[in-house]
Ligand binder design. Structure first.
Ligand code: 4AD
Ligand code: MG
Length: 464
């Protein structure tokens, strides 16, 4: 008999029909005469209840229906008497596909997130992680739909690259050689000419520079791909391997860029509320009791838009009024997540887009303001998260961009392909990067970024 997914069985009302379901046993309980199996196949957070007349089945089979076992059941669809479920299956036939011993780590009881992280190979089978990864899938769909509907083209930018977009020196090197085997020049610098690419190559920290080439040809593009940063930050907001979405749009200025960011992120949140109701309700009940309320709140309010200088004034006032921050606040300081979250959670009580940061703390490609001190950067700051988006209007003027490149000592010869966009038909343009996992953190209410990516990569952790 053809298998039906549990998500579909739960919608059906053709009582009396026999269907086949396959899945993993969550629990089996009951008396000597009647057993109730809660079965889950991952298609929904909901289990289907299977009612078993124990005497009709072999003892050996019943004994093997343990938590975690994989079974196939033919059962008659019947209206359920139980609370919270509309249908159940009256069992006709059971086959054990895979037994599961008592040493299975996910026996039914509340597990800590740390415990489940140690069992990341199995944790997708729990309700919490099932919900998180179904929502993660839905957010990817929302992102592609948003950009497709708005006339953006999906551009695949390289994962292996020779340029450091953010200039922060956080790149993982890609080489086929043992670095000690590569020659060194007179100054002791490694000579990569013998290596696979003939030059130093790394994993990308951002697809933006290549994205700008796309935007200045196709008008509006977005990237959505894996991104790598060798940041040694063991925080609940940083991964060494994460996914980033980077739209880039010709003719957009910083205001258009802010409008795009706000509209885009609200679309994703609305998508989650419309398409992930069961999973969100579960997370709202067991992970974060304010989750759904917070999602609605963000949808219903305009984001605050504020210059960095004004943000610093608010933070300085907070310090004067006795608020203690771990890191110092002064004009020119890079904001830590405690500062970002103060502005969002305590001062404005809604998302904030902070703009016009000091040029010293931002990347070389951002458009300079007339004050020659600040650049047209914009960071979107979210409750619970801090920075969720970083973006800017780009410097479109060749000479000004060259000036920044020289000031920062960025090797010119490596940037020729980028600079040509400013030489031939340069245009104003803007874009931003959204950290996919930070969006998932916000939408699921989870606390740690390691718990919203199936296989987290963090310092000292690349197990499987
Ligand atoms: O602010 P960032 O570094 O900006 C860029 O990379 C630009 N090139 C984007 C652009 O304008 N096209 O990173 C963008 C976002 C951050 O706001 C954050 O959400 C996420 O990427 N992010 C990380 N997420 C998880 N782990 C990390 N180590 C991250 N670093 C950045
Ligand atoms: Mg940033």
């Amino acid at each position: 008999m053809e298998r039906t997914k549990i998500v579909d069985v739960l919608q059906r009302t053709d009582y009396g029909t026999v269907v086949n379901v396959k899945g993993w046993v969550r629990t089996r309980r009951g008396s000597k005469a009647v057993n109730f199996i809660a079965l889950n196949d991952g298609s929904t957070i909901k289990n289907i209840q299977i009612v078993v007349d124990v005497e009709k089945f072999d003892d050996a089979i019943i004994k093997d229906i343990t938590t975690g076992a994989c079974i196939s059941v033919d059962g008659e669809l019947v209206q359920s008497q139980g609370k919270g479920q509309s249908v159940e299956l009256q069992c006709r036939n059971i086959e054990i596909l895979g037994v599961c011993g008592a040493d299975y780590p996910l026996q039914k009881k509340g597990h800590t997130m740390e415990f489940l992280r140690e069992h990341a190979n199995l944790r997708m089978r729990t309700n919490t992680f099932g919900a998180v990864f179904r929502i993660r899938h839905n957010m990817a769909m929302a992102i592609h739909c948003y950009f497709h509907e708005h006339g953006f083209f999906y551009l695949n930018t390289p994962i292996i690259t020779a340029s450091d977009c953010e200039g922060a020196g956080q790149m993982f090197q890609v080489t086929t050689k043992n670095l000690y085997d590569l020659k060194k020049d007179e100054d002791g610098k490694i000579d990569y000419s013998d290596d696979f690419f003939g030059k130093q190559a790394s994993l990308t920290v951002s697809g933006q520079l290549e994205g700008e080439l796309g935007a200045t040809a196709l008008g509006a593009i977005y990237t959505f791909g894996p991104t790598f940063r060798a940041e040694n930050s063991n925080t609940p907001r940083h991964l060494a391997e994460f996914w980033m979405i980077e739209p880039e749009v010709a003719f957009n200025d910083i205001t258009d860029n802010m409008n795009l960011a706000e509209d885009f992120i609200k679309y994703c949140i609305r998508w989650a509320l419309d398409n992930c109701a069961d999973d969100l309700e579960f997370l709202n009940q067991f992970v974060d009791k304010q989750l759904i309320e917070r999602l609605h709140f963000v949808l219903e309010h305009d984001f605050v838009r504020l210059a960095y200088t004004e943000g610093i004034k608010i933070l300085e006032e907070a310090v004067q009024n006795g608020h203690k921050f771990e890191f110092p606040v002064y004009w020119g300081a890079d904001l830590a997540s405690e500062h970002e979250r103060y502005l969002v959670e305590q001062h404005f009580k809604r998302p904030v887009i902070l703009t016009d940061y000091p040029k010293e703390i931002k990347a070389f490609y951002m458009k300079m303001n007339d004050d020659n001190k600040t650049v047209r950067a914009m960071d979107v700051l979210f409750p619970q998260i801090g920075e969720i988006i970083g973006g800017s209007e780009r410097e479109a003027d060749y000479d000004k961009l060259m000036g920044r490149i020289e000031e920062l000592n960025i090797p010119m010869k490596d940037m020729w392909w980028y600079l040509e966009t400013r030489k031939w038909g340069s245009c104003p343009h803007s874009g931003f990067g959204l950290g996919f996992e930070r969006l998932i953190l916000f939408v699921t209410g989870m606390q740690n970024i390691r718990d919203v990516i199936p296989f987290p990569r963090t310092p000292k952790n690349a197990e499987f």
